[in-house]
Design a protein around this ligand. Structure first.
Ligand code: NAP
Ligand code: G4F
Length: 344
């Protein structure tokens, strides 16, 4: 009997939320997984520790802005698949560091693609594209054919990466896919993103470690899914016969305020809202203490107000659909934060 050869995959941004879940998925599928990240972010490795995968990965030093680090890693292994998840991924920060964001988030994937073209053209490539690329849109539900209108240096960088991925697919017949992923969250989400900021800081209030939290535009609407399900879609894209681009979303939309209200319910903190605009506050019903304030420092120069995606194509071709709803997701995030905070 012939033994099936073990596949080798490279995951860039392996220390991040999606990187950690994807590494876990690939390990469960018996891949040899090379986790590429910056040495500095490996020191904590908290996500890999929580998922119990730290000693199941092969770690390599890697920086998307350094083409030599990309060339040497691609020459060292014969990759079947590369998942490019590394990026400066925080939209707000991209307004402060537009040039380094573009260097990493736009040119980084091009550095990988060009290296693949020269040294490993048969390797399958996944690019982490984003619903932020749609930006300001009038359409109600967004899909693979909707026009993009980016609203931040981050989104413009992701759009360049998206288009160049398509170009390498068409020009050189390479197996390159982009997943246009809508917001996806989890207990492993970074603390700067609004969902995790809310769950963590509300848990701190609940445990008496904080008095209130400050947020920006609480009327922004997002299509929030569960990250662990979304990395499964990435893998499925690279298992198809033909490379293509797919929207991954839940087709449901909620505003930040809804997320806050449900988080408070989950924590048994009864709140009521008062005031308008920058003076709007949430108050704890029985104590009348302010728990949420607006701080304009969290506003963005240009905002994306509304994002809702259609996962019809992914459902038809990849047989993918979201399963965890937002209320369940909030509960998972709250439970994890309470558990972590109770330990300290
Ligand atoms: P994340 O938690 O912020 O992870 C990003 C990763 O990229 C981190 O491991 C980070 O490492 C790494 N990175 C940053 N700059 C780098 C550089 N110069 N060289 C090498 N690695 C670098 O993001 P995520 O939520 O997992 O998202 C994964 C990818 O999907 C990102 O590209 C993001 O833009 C995209 N995306 C995310 C969502 C979402 O809702 N989560 C939706 C659509 C698209 P350090 O720790 O060293 O900074
Ligand atoms: O959680 P956010 O920072 O995520 P954003 O900007 O939608 O970007 C995330 O999703 C993208 C996919 O669409 C990814 F490509 C990207 O890498 C990242 O993962 O903000 C969500 C919304 C925004 O409208 C923001 O203005 O929440 C609003 N918001 C209100 N108060 C806040 C805050 N966002 C943050 N981060 N912090 C606040 O205090």
């Amino acid at each position: 009997i012939q033994m099936k050869k073990r596949k080798i995959a490279l995951v860039t941004g392996s220390s991040g939320q999606d990187g950690a879940y994807l590494c876990k998925l690939l390990i469960s599928k018996n891949y040899k997984v090379i986790a590429a990240d910056r040495r500095s972010s490996r020191d904590s490795g908290w996500r890999h520790i929580e998922l119990g995968i730290k000693n199941k990965l092969i770690y390599e030093d890697f920086d998307l802005s350094d083409v030599n680090s990309i060339i040497s890693i691609i020459k060292k292994y014969k990759f079947n698949e590369i998942y490019n998840l590394a990026a400066q991924s925080f939209v707000k920060a991209s307004f402060h560091t537009p040039i380094s964001t573009s260097d990493v988030t736009a040119l980084g994937p091009l550095r990988i693609l060009d290296t693949l073209k020269n040294f490993s053209p048969k390797t399958r490539f996944y690019q982490a594209s984003s619903s932020e690329m749609y930006g300001k849109v009038n359409k109600h539900v967004l899909d693979e054919n909707t026009k993009f209108n980016p609203r931040s240096p981050y989104a413009a960088s992701k759009l360049f990466a998206h288009e160049i991925t398509k170009n390498y697919r068409e020009a050189y017949n390479m197996f390159c896919c982009s997943g246009i992923l809508f917001n996806h969250e989890s207990p492993l989400r970074g603390e700067e993103f609004v969902t995790r900021k809310i769950t963590k800081q509300l848990c701190e209030v609940k445990l008496g470690k904080r008095k209130f939290l400050e947020l920006g535009n609480i009327y922004a609407k997002r299509d929030w899914g569960y990250a662990e399900e979304y990395v499964e879609a990435m893998w499925r894209m690279l298992q198809q016969n033909k490379p293509d681009d797919y929207v991954i979303a839940t087709n449901k939309v909620f505003d930040v305020k809804y997320f806050i209200n449900n988080s408070c319910k989950s924590l048994n903190i009864p709140i009521m809202w008062k005031g308008k605009g920058i003076h709007e506050v949430a108050i704890i019903k029985n104590t009348k203490k302010i728990i949420i304030k607006i701080n304009t420092k969290y506003y963005r120069p240009t905002e994306v107000d509304y994002l809702k995606g259609s996962y019809k194509k992914a459902n038809r071709i990849l047989k993918w659909r979201p399963k965890i709803n937002l209320k369940k997701l909030i509960k998972m995030m709250i439970d994890a934060d309470l558990k972590r905070l109770s330990k300290n």
